[in-house]
Design a protein around this ligand. Structure first.
Ligand code: AMP
Ligand code: MG
Length: 415
């Protein structure tokens, strides 16, 4: 059976990112939060825009003050006051200084700023009580960034630091990738919506909500197509509709070997190709991945119906695929982090096993994994609540004793 890492490689290879020309939109700066930049940004501005002072003090000529001290202060004539936002009108001559505030433009002729704390002022004269270093407290023009060169690369997520850079560069309508549309359908004759009174044998379609929230939190747009009966004609119509509407399709259920598991044959009857039938992962073995056209879009994921299996396969395989699809340039795969397990962890060793739970950052700055209490059955969705990470036991490993290290991936922020 296909290993988890081989399945991941196949999936990421199949994902075609959104098109840099066609699949983009212009958004205002606030709406750009969490979106992915579709083209690189170059600024026409230098940063800083001009030489400016990093202190409140006096702009001086270094030559005039290089030998001064408390006993032998340099005495300079103050010829100008330069607040931030004001352009100096004069050029400093020998023996002159300008009062200057943080962020203000350095006047012509000055090459150094002396901070206020080592000066003494008497009317329009300033006594410099300590020799500065040459160019001290000057932020030179273009020392942070040169006009015309790349300011932000394509394919990064825009959050507060990036959006403040865009604002400073006066790039008010950045071009971002549109959000990919992810269709979600739940298959199963036993399923009903959460507001329907349950008849014997029925269960609520919780996967529809689980997947919609996961899709939204991954930066994509969920298209919730509801419950589809295990009936080949209806199911085929629903899948055909989903693949026509979406960049990626997620169905849950119907991918195992039961009598009502039709997903693979429907993909094939719609001209699709199955790339993955099953993966050596627990929970989540019956995972189907298919494509329908040469362009490989949309990618089809037939996730297992069991809730924990649907979650685990989403976190492990679908989320990286959505990240790549969205135009994110890198960092698609989940990051593996070392944590100390607070409890013994057990696995059957035949498949890569994922155990859900909570990871805490302790006072020493190291991670501790607390497995969810109760059954780690693929059908148990109740103890998934509060999950923020998955511990991974590789094939061949049956036991991780309490206190030993285990690799985890984060699924949400850790406490
Ligand atoms: P299946 O993969 O279709 O055989 O589904 C396996 C089991 O997962 C079913 O017996 C249900 O108990 C459960 N299941 C399937 N679909 C859903 C769903 N949409 N929401 C919650 N549980 C589901
Ligand atoms: Mg089913």
């Amino acid at each position: 059976m296909l290993s988890v890492s081989d399945a991941e490689a196949i999936i990421l290879n199949l994902v075609q990112p959104l098109d840099q020309q066609q699949d983009t939109e212009l958004v205002d700066l606030f709406a750009a939060t969490g979106r992915i930049l579709a083209s690189p940004i170059a600024s026409q501005l230098d940063f800083p825009h001009w030489d400016n002072s990093s202190m409140d003090g006096y702009a001086v000529r270094y030559q005039d003050v290089q030998d001064c001290s408390t006993e032998n202060p340099a005495v300079l004539e103050i010829v100008e006051e330069i607040p931030a936002g004001y352009q100096s009108q004069s050029t400093l001559q020998k023996g002159q200084a300008a009062r200057i505030m943080t962020g203000a433009m350095i006047p012509e002729g000055a090459d150094t700023v002396v901070m206020q704390e080592v000066t003494h002022r008497e009317e329009n004269r300033v006594f410099i009580l300590a020799a500065p270093k040459p160019q001290e407290f000057i932020r030179p023009r273009a020392s942070y960034h040169q006009a015309g060169t790349q300011l932000l690369p394509q394919g990064i997520i825009l959050n507060a630091p990036e959006i403040s850079v865009l604002a400073a560069a006066q790039c008010t309508l950045p071009r971002v990738f549109r959000k990919p549309i992810v269709a979600i359908l739940s298959t199963g004759n036993e399923l009903v919506t959460p507001d329907t009174p349950l008849q014997p044998g029925q269960i609520v379609d919780s996967n529809q909500y689980a997947l919609a929230v996961l899709v939204k939190q991954s930066g994509a747009e969920p298209l919730m197509l509801g419950i589809i009966k295990d009936e080949p004609v209806t199911l085929k119509q629903a899948v055909a509709h989903a693949i026509a509407k979406a960049d990626l399709v997620l169905s849950s259920g119907g991918v195992s070997v039961g009598d009502y598991d039709y997903i693979e044959q429907i993909i094939e009857s719609l001209g699709g190709k199955i790339h993955i039938h099953a993966v050596a992962i627990k929970p989540g073995k019956p995972l189907t991945v298919g494509t329908f056209s040469r362009s490989l879009s949309p990618l089809y994921f037939g996730l297992p119906g069991n809730p924990a299996a649907a979650f685990v396969t989403f976190w492990r395989f679908v989320q990286p695929a959505i990240k790549k699809l969205s135009g994110l340039a890198e960092g698609w795969e989940p990051k593996l982090i070392k944590a100390r397990s607070r409890h013994e962890l057990r696995a059957d060793s035949k498949r890569e096993t994922y155990l859900w739970g909570q990871t805490f950052l302790n006072r020493e700055g190291t991670y501790e994994f607390q497995p969810a209490s109760g059954s780690h059955s693929s059908g148990n969705l109740i103890n998934l609540a509060q999950t923020n990470s998955l511990a991974i036991l590789p094939i061949g490993q049956t036991l991780i004793p309490a206190g030993e290290h285990v690799l985890i991936i984060h699924t949400a922020h850790c406490k």
